[in-house]
Design a protein around this ligand. Structure first.
Ligand SMILES: Cc1cc2nc3c(=O)[nH]c(=O)nc-3n(C[C@H](O)[C@H](O)[C@H](O)COP(=O)(O)OP(=O)(O)OC[C@H]3O[C@@H](n4cnc5c(N)ncnc54)[C@H](O)[C@@H]3O)c2cc1C
Length: 374
């Protein structure tokens, strides 16, 4: 029986544990210094920009397609095992095209993407302003000029914390051992022993031996890889969000997709469990200063809210219920995410640094790890 140790229980660690638990003959242990979904995952908006993304080929597109497809089976699968509802908005993503940021010169790009997606078996719709106003009366098309909108009916949005907790519960059900409140301190090569690739994980709860170590510790992954002399530099990019209580749905209560305009998202909370009364607005993108320090900037959050209200004037009467922030793990000087065997180690896999798309790419990440382990 192979002994697998997963370090970190955000969305990436949790989904990896669950997908591996479906394979017979694996003993799986997950350690996390906190309860699940407390770090980046706990702050995420859960928007799955798959079909509507600009990626059309190679690994970036394959990962998006794999994830979009797996989510459609994964959510009902988890709901059946855990008997809990996972907020999963199946009403698609609507991207507004505001002027002057977007011009009619950009339309050929979208026409081409629409055709590419059609050839790949997916759907995208380009809406003119009249159609946009009809399906989304909450958008104020009078006070601001729009070129139109892109509607992606097969993209989704979900509650990342709800999903992670369901994954943990389902993985437990399949025999995975979770150790929360246990910090990974470092990894030690046991090369003096018979098995030259043997490694032991030192934790605040003693040493854990394993045949495979999967590092899914988000920002914490950098320090762990450094201990093995293979540092992957992962740095934080801060994001803030706001929950607004409106008390009633914006526009048509029957059509509540995730809506984005100029990279500001307005999402019905409890994705897919209607009627909507509250909305998430976000998220800001704030890079660290030269000193490496990063803290939430109130002004940037206010600007984000102002932009949301300019698009949906009705939100001006909404009440702020809470604000929050989190740190996205972004790899320095390379593309996100990093999913690979650590150079020089046959049995250490790094699956981290998903930056802005960890929730979207989680199913494909687990699939790639699974292929390396099996
Ligand atoms: C405001 C905001 C909005 C976002 N919106 C979206 C979105 O709409 N769509 C999307 O796809 N993505 C979004 N993201 C990005 C997404 O949240 C991340 O890419 C994703 O959550 C990364 O998951 P993870 O499991 O790798 O890391 P994390 O969720 O950070 O989990 C890492 C875990 O490792 C644990 N850990 C770290 N070090 C150690 C150690 N030494 N020992 C034990 N445990 C350790 C931590 O406690 C933590 O639980 C957003 C992020 C933010 C901040």
């Amino acid at each position: 029986m192979s002994n697998i140790v997963i370090i970190g229980c955000g969305i990436i660690g949790a989904i990896t544990a669950y997908e591996l638990s479906l394979i017979e003959g694996l003993k799986i242990t997950v350690v996390d210094k906190q309860p699940p979904a407390q770090a980046s995952t706990g702050a995420a908006l859960g928007v799955l920009m798959g079909i509507i993304s600009h990626k059309v080929k190679g690994k970036p597109w394959r990962m998006r397609q794999t994830s979009v497809q797996r989510y459609e089976t994964l959510i009902p699968e988890l709901e059946a095992i855990t008997n809990r509802r996972i907020p999963f908005n199946r009403q698609g993503i609507l991207m507004l095209l505001p002027s002057p940021q977007v011009t009619t010169d950009d339309l050929p790009f979208w026409e081409k993407l629409k055709q590419t997606r059609h050839n790949q078996g997916w759907q995208l719709e380009i809406l003119d302003v009249a159609s946009l106003e009809k399906i989304c009366p909450q958008v104020d098309v009078k006070s601001k000029e729009y070129i139109g909108a892109i509607y992606s009916p097969q993209d989704r949005q979900l509650d990342p914390t709800g999903l992670t907790l369901a994954l943990v519960e389902a993985a437990k059900h399949n025999g995975v051992d979770f150790k929360f409140g246990v910090s990974a301190l470092g990894m030690k090569s046991l090369s003096d022993r018979e098995n030259s690739s043997a490694i032991e994980l030192e934790t605040t709860n003693g040493a854990i031996a394993g045949d495979w170590f999967i590092i899914t510790a988000g920002l914490g992954s950098s320090a762990l890889t450094e201990q093995l002399n293979q540092k992957v530099d992962i740095r934080p990019v801060l994001g803030q969000g706001i929950q607004l209580h409106l008390g009633h749905p914006l526009g048509n209560s029957e059509f509540q997709p995730a809506i984005t305009c100029n990279d500001v998202y307005v999402l019905p909370t409890n994705a897919g469990i209607f009627p909507a009364t509250d909305y998430w607005v976000g998220a800001t993108v704030e890079f660290p200063q030269d000193s490496g320090e990063v803290s939430p900037d109130k002004q940037i959050l206010e600007e984000t809210l102002k932009n949301a209200i300019a698009t949906f004037p009705e939100l001006s009467s909404a009440r702020v219920i809470r604000t929050w922030w989190g740190l996205r793990p972004r790899p320095e000087n390379r593309a996100a995410p990093v999913i690979e065997k650590l150079p020089g180690y046959d049995n250490v896999i790094l699956a981290s640094a998903h930056y802005r798309n960890g929730v979207l790419l989680a199913p494909a990440t687990a699939q790639m790890v699974k292929e390396m382990v099996v």
